[in-house]
Write a protein that binds this ligand. Sequence first.
Ligand code: ZN
Length: 148
Amino acid sequence: MSELDSVEELYQQVILDHNRTPRNFRKLEDADRSAEGHNPLCGDHLWVFVRMEGNRIGDITFYGAGCAISKASASMMTEAVKGKSRQEAEELFERFRRLVMGGDGGSLGKLAAFSGVSEFPVRVKCATLAWHTLRSALEGKEETVSTE
Ligand code: ZN
């Protein structure tokens, strides 16, 4: 097995694990912000719940149904942005988006597992749905986010 294969294998495992056992997968009862996201192309449909603590994301959860990529991405996103400021979360989204578009996202830790998504343009929407939904929640918008 080449080194590249083993890295891809590892990334695959991380995504499968988060799909099988999504973290923070529940409704957040005391959320002060939430948004709904929909990716009609794939059928992914999820909600993101946030409770702010000052300018920071005190707690974040998600709920809904979708493909493995969308669910694993939402799961890892909740872990990545908890405790971050709105600005930091936004910056992370920008870098994550660069990564899944095939660019250089810089150091992204576990989120780097989604680098392979860039080879499947249709999947980019699956991978970024939770992030778009988070942005909408942080902006306090009411309407459903659609990737279309
Ligand atoms: Zn999907």
